[in-house]
Design a protein around this ligand. Structure first.
Ligand SMILES: Cc1cc2nc3c(=O)[nH]c(=O)nc-3n(C[C@H](O)[C@H](O)[C@H](O)COP(=O)(O)O)c2cc1C
Length: 189
């Protein structure tokens, strides 16, 4: 069966540093024989979590968002249909972009009982700081926490900036190719 890899993207741009890194990830997936679904969260008009009731709503009791018709349900379904995941975002204020954050804020709630959208899937975490290069670690940490809240398995972390993208893009491509070929966190090579 052909592996399907989702690239969950927080990038609003169609070109530039972050998009070229996403391109390297897609290249790696295809080189490893996998199909790619690039989920561009900035293309959705997704709302923030409305924090139902006294803090929890149907996300906890029934594992769905009552306001999911804003694109959340669709993006979640696309992610659930994939076998492995690349998280990729530019760094904004030391965090993921706002579109990315809104989505993962809602998704981790719906995955409170680990219903399977990310559970046990290999996840490669990528952050692209652009200007100063500051904020890389806090952005990676934000995505790390999301993975731990949702039962995902963190395959690796890669930070890519203006002055290292020549060799880091090669690492991104190689990492996704390895995932596509079936390598998992913990395999000794
Ligand atoms: C609102 C905003 C906040 C940003 N915050 C940071 C930051 O904290 N650290 C950093 O290195 N770059 C920051 N950047 C720059 C982006 O990370 C940069 O545009 C992107 O990572 C890579 O370049 P690209 O736009 O060519 O893809 C910020 C950009 C915007 C629009």
């Amino acid at each position: 069966m052909i592996m399907k890899i989702a690239i969950l993207s927080g990038n609003p741009k169609q070109e530039g540093l972050c998009q070229s890194v996403i391109g390297a990830a897609a290249e790696g997936a295809r080189a490893g024989g996998a199909e790619v679904d690039e989920i561009r969260l900035c293309d959705y008009e997704m709302n923030r979590c409305k924090i139902c009731g006294d803090g929890w709503g149907t996300c906890r009791t029934e594992n769905y968002c009552s306001f999911g018709s804003d694109g959340f349900d669709e993006a979640k379904a696309r992610l659930a249909a994939c076998d492995a995941i690349v998280l990729a975002t530019p760094v904004y204020w030391g965090e993921t972009t706002e579109a990315f954050k809104s989505f993962i804020d809602k998704l981790r709630r719906c995955e409170f009982n680990n219903t399977g959208t990310l559970r046990d899937k290999q996840v490669l975490i990528i952050a692209c700081p652009g200007g100063s290069g500051n904020g890389l670690l806090t952005c990676l940490d934000q995505m790390d926490r999301f993975c731990r809240h949702t039962g995902a398995i963190i395959f690796d972390y890669i930070g890519v900036n203006r002055w290292n993208n020549d060799y880091k893009k090669q690492a991104v491509k190689a990492a996704v190719q390895a995932i596509a070929a079936g390598r998992e966190n913990g395999d000794t090579i």
